[in-house]
Ligand binder design. Structure first.
Ligand SMILES: C[S@@+](CC[C@H](N)C(=O)[O-])C[C@H]1O[C@@H](n2cnc3c(N)ncnc32)[C@H](O)[C@@H]1O
Length: 203
């Protein structure tokens, strides 16, 4: 992950968060209140752990955050369960043993960038699709998906797929997301009861 030592980087260090990305989630939380006390949250692409740490603070001791990443973050908080796994290998049935359903799914997943915009875009779309499939299997009706994706050719069709599954889909570029970054976020709220069949269902 490229480290930019700007205002947000320094602020994160001072506040004990391992990455500046925490302020993207904080900004959206302040405006849209997607996380609430007592909720069960899945955080996909959780390393090094800023979003999980922030979410754990909001959901509190009665809530739970399941943090998934290929890379293993250190201990984040008592109410964070860490799964070191590739998201493509995750089985919904195993996750249901941790919690039968989730209130919120976060995905800040990003592919290792290659420098080729189209390749990076398609890999990011694949990760976002995987998050949407897992949301279909594990999010409860009324649940929320907050998901990163790199902008590009397939962004509109991904946004439309989200619209099939959620009553509201907002496109958000947080202030702390560097303007030159192609990343953008979708805040999908109120998951519909009849979610589309998950294309990559494995569980
Ligand atoms: C931008 S970082 C996440 C930062 C994190 N939200 C935080 O605040 O600390 C993106 C993460 O996505 C993870 N990732 C990429 N592909 C993945 C996959 N197939 N399965 C699980 N995690 C993946 C990477 O390992 C990386 O840690």
């Amino acid at each position: 992950m490229k480290k930019v030592q700007d205002h947000y980087f320094k602020k994160a260090k001072k506040q004990g968060f391992p990455a500046r990305s925490v302020y993207k989630l904080e900004e959206v939380q302040k405006k849209h209140k997607l996380l609430k006390s007592g909720q069960t949250v899945m955080d996909l692409g959780a390393f090094p752990g800023s979003w999980s740490k922030y979410a754990a603070g909001v959901v509190g001791p009665k809530g739970l955050v399941v943090a998934v990443d290929i890379q293993k973050p250190g201990v984040i908080a008592d109410n964070v369960c860490i799964l070191q796994q590739d998201v493509y290998d995750l089985k919904a049935s195993n996750l249901r043993r941790i919690s039968p359903h989730f209130d919120v799914m976060l995905s800040d997943m990003a592919p290792k960038t290659t420098g080729r915009k189209d390749v990076d875009h398609f890999r990011s779309v694949a990760l976002a699709e995987r998050a949407l499939d897992l949301a279909g299997e594990l999010l409860k009706p009324g649940g929320t998906l907050f998901c990163k994706i790199f902008q590009g050719k397939d962004f509109p069709s991904f946004r439309d797929k989200c619209r099939e599954s959620f009553s509201s889909v907002r496109v958000i570029k947080p202030k702390s997301s560097r303007p030159e970054s192609v990343e953008i976020f979708l805040l999908c709220t109120d998951k519909k009861i009849a979610h589309r069949a998950a294309s990559g269902s494995n569980g």
